[in-house]
Write a new protein. Structure first.
Length: 408
């Protein structure tokens, strides 16, 4: 090959890299959904992608580019580019001394810290069974009396409508997790055999407390097919979510009114049909053990940035500082390990705070920690998030109580 050919090829590679750099964030569009409100609202500053739905040709060209770009761009570089994008997103270590972290998130982290220590995470009705087995079952070696909740603690969980737990169900999850880890199962197998059964066990249907259609509920859902609104051919963003199924009546009616004002006809920042009228509360992304942690952080940062800015668009700018929800919770699941993360807004930027360990499916105690942590977050959704959403987004009153369960 001649020197001239070498120079030509070099210039072509440089131009190709330049084009990729210019469009690097197109893989993860950071815009919100457009909202044309019927009620008077203060004007919002439009993002270039905020108020438009991509045409077929633009979607195709973006998909063609992203197919080649995803394989060549590291998540670390894409995170760096988000830091200087028009709509900034930062991925930061949890730091209670950081003044950008809201007090409400610090309070939630304190509660989850207790959970991660294994304090009061096992229901008291299992204490006799586990105490009798500790001497003969090596997997229970780290369960002490401090791990059992009080009857008062359990009463709080019982009023939320959680189903009773069984030790056999915990052992089944532990065995499946060991199978996935020891034999190198793919992410999809972890999701099917371990992560979803654990979510269903934590928030499953309570047969002793049938669902009341007049009361809203917190559900869990697998949603690997959910994409950002207007980007149906884009990359996968999350694996699971917790969402609120509103009660029959005014809540559903108001949600439908709001959906009718949006091009996507979805209350959320995704076009995913099963979530079209169900507000997302928590998002979760899973990865295989030891793999793609930065990619998980990138996906959640972009996904929750879109969600936060969509919520902001429903609140007049002069009211956002005092009325915007303090944080949105999320989870990173990496093999056995479950981590709590959360997204906040600060001076126009989204910050993904990572990460508070909750528990591990490698031991029964770790599974109880995760179960308790999920139920704690679901209680937060019913007591804090849903009243806020009704007041500031739907502008309605909320039902007095909520039920909590999982849903396939």
């Amino acid at each position: 090959m001649s020197p001239g050919s070498d120079r030509t090829n070099t210039r072509q590679r440089q131009r190709r890299r330049s084009r990729e750099d210019e469009n690097d964030l197109e893989d993860y569009p950071a815009s919100g959904d457009s909202i044309q409100h019927n009620t008077p609202r203060a004007a919002r500053v439009a993002h270039p992608r905020l108020d438009r739905t991509p045409t077929a040709s633009s979607s195709a060209s973006r998909s063609d580019w992203s197919g080649q770009s995803r394989s060549s761009r590291s998540p670390t570089k894409r995170i760096r580019r988000l830091e200087v994008a028009r709509n900034k997103s930062l991925v930061l270590q949890i730091d209670r001394a950081d003044l950008r972290m809201p007090a409400a998130l610090k309070n939630e982290l304190a509660q989850l810290r207790q959970c991660s220590r294994g304090d009061k995470v096992i229901p008291p009705y299992l204490q006799d069974e586990l105490t009798s087995q500790r001497g003969s079952d090596e997997t229970l070696y780290d369960i002490t009396d401090a791990a059992f909740a009080t009857k008062e603690d359990e009463l709080t969980m019982a009023t939320a409508g959680f189903p009773l737990l069984s030790m056999q169900a915990v052992r089944d999850i532990s065995l499946e997790a060991k199978e996935c880890y020891n034999h190198g199962h793919a992410e999809a197998s972890w999701n099917m055999l371990v992560h979803w059964p654990l979510l269903a066990l934590a928030l499953g249907r309570n047969e002793q407390q049938p669902q009341d259609p007049t009361q809203p509920r917190v559900h869990a859902m697998p949603c690997t097919m959910a994409r950002l609104s207007g980007d149906a051919r884009g990359t996968k963003m999350i694996d699971f979510c917790l969402y609120i199924d509103p009660a029959d009546g005014c809540d559903k009616d108001r949600i439908d009114e709001l959906r009718a004002q949006r091009p996507s006809e979805n209350i959320n920042h995704t076009d995913y049909t099963p979530l079209r009228a169900r507000p997302i509360v928590l998002s979760a992304e899973s990865k295989k053990p030891g793999e793609q942690l930065a990619e998980a952080h990138l996906q959640l940062a972009v996904w929750q940035d879109r969600q936060l800015r969509l919520l902001e668009s429903d609140i007049a700018p002069e009211r956002r500082k005092d009325t915007m929800i303090a944080f949105l919770p999320s989870l990173v699941i990496q093999g056995h390990e479950w981590w709590f993360t959360a997204a906040t807004r600060h001076e126009g930027a989204t910050i993904l705070w990572t990460q508070q360990h909750i528990g591990s499916t490698s031991t029964p105690l770790g599974i109880f920690q995760i179960l308790h942590g999920l139920r704690h977050i679901a209680c937060w959704a019913s007591k804090i998030y849903w009243p806020w959403f009704c007041k500031h987004i739907l502008r309605t009153s909320m039902a007095s109580t909520m039920m909590i369960e999982s849903k396939a």
